[in-house]
Design a protein around this ligand. Structure first.
Ligand code: HEM
Length: 330
């Protein structure tokens, strides 16, 4: 009886997904994503994606260059605090830093205010596919070791594959470039909108050494050591779409010839283990935006908002239950 319950439940879930995926009127749900991302070995209390990481904080020195494009406070000239998180992709909170294919930087700017702006950025400048359904199939193909067949069947993956072929991971989180990938709109005081993407671009060259290349936390150690010599600095660079660009398709790289504006400098000043850092409880949902920034209609953005919420809900509940159990035993 028990055995049949174990077999029947996953089979029903799998059947439900394939029904959903083969019928365009149905979308892949946030639960589908998070179930797939967390896999079979759930790590209670940890993010279901980008589980391995640590917290940082510092100040954004806004140049005011974007003030004519957006009424957001963060783009008016000034200095604004942020809480951030460096991470590597995957569901394993103890994964070796150097093995991960994707590195990430997430930020919550102006965290104490209603002008808060959250962004989660990755090293690739583009996505392989442009819809949540195909993104789900891509994750499935990665897990099933059929990614070569998946890429071959999806020509829109070309830009991503080209990037992947030329990408050389550096030996530091401080010397990677992190991209919003999805596009957003800047809205100015007159209500005019401009589609943009942004990237955190390092201000120092890639030549460096790892304190301990064999360490599981090699990149984390390197960043902590680097911060003892002073802030780690990135330019926050905005690329403005032209009429030739489709802001709802994240599989295509915008040309370098598009206007590029430096909104200011991200100065990272402190780092903390995630277990006792402020970033741990934050859901870096890319749809948490201040007035003056709006999401594009890119369907991946909607799927991200829902999936991050579901992952956050699960891990927050686990932390609460764990705390409650701990209190009970004390
Ligand atoms: C449909 C596509 C995607 C899905 C379903 C997805 C799903 C997730 C989930 C479930 C989390 C964990 C959230 C939490 O518990 O706080 C996460 C974290 C993250 N995702 Fe995605 N993601 C997607 C696309 C992207 C893209 C396009 C980017 C980059 C532009 C990205 C960057 C990140 C980063 C940086 C984090 C870690 C944030 C942190 O440090 O807390 N994701 N993602």
């Amino acid at each position: 009886m028990r055995y049949w319950a174990l077999v029947a439940v996953p089979t029903v879930l799998t059947a439900a997904f394939f029904y959903a995926a083969s019928d365009n009127r149905h979308e892949v749900s946030a639960q589908d994503f998070v179930n797939l991302q967390q896999g079979n070995a759930i790590q209670p209390g940890f993010r279901r994606a980008h589980a391995k990481g640590f917290c940082v904080s510092g100040d954004f020195i806004s140049s005011g260059t974007l003030a004519e494009y957006s009424s957001a406070q963060v783009f008016q000239a000034g200095q604004y605090p942020f809480i951030g998180r460096f991470s590597v992709a995957g569901n394993n909170p103890t994964a070796p830093d150097l093995k991960a294919p994707v590195r990430s930087l997430a930020l919550t700017l102006l965290p104490e205010t209603a002008e808060q702006w959250r962004t989660a950025m990755n090293t690739p400048p583009v996505l392989a596919v442009g819809t949540p359904e195909k993104f789900y199939q891509q994750l499935l193909a990665l897990q099933n070791n059929t990614i070569a067949e998946f890429f071959a069947a999806h020509p829109e993956t070309a830009a991503f594959r080209n990037w992947r072929a030329s990408y050389q991971p550096t030996l530091s989180y401080a010397t990677e470039q992190y991209h919003s990938i999805n596009a957003f709109y800047l809205i100015n005081a007159a209500g005019k909108q401009q589609a943009v993407r942004w990237a955190a671009v390092p201000t120092v060259g890639a030549a460096n050494q790892l304190p301990d290349p064999e360490a599981v936390d090699a990149l984390q150690q390197e960043l902590f050591a680097r911060l003892s010599d002073g802030p780690v600095i990135f330019d926050l660079v905005f690329s403005l779409a032209t009429s030739a660009d489709d802001e709802n398709d994240a599989t295509i790289i915008w040309p370098d010839t598009n206007p590029q504006l430096i909104a200011g400098q991200l100065q990272i000043k402190q780092a903390t283990e995630q277990s006792n850092g402020q970033c741990n409880a934050i859901n870096f949902d890319p749809l948490v935006l201040p007035r003056g920034i709006l999401p594009s209609a890119d369907p991946i953005l909607r799927a991200r908002g829902a999936a991050y919420a579901e992952s956050h809900r699960r891990r927050a509940r686990e932390v609460l239950l764990n705390t409650a159990t701990g209190a009970h035993h004390e």
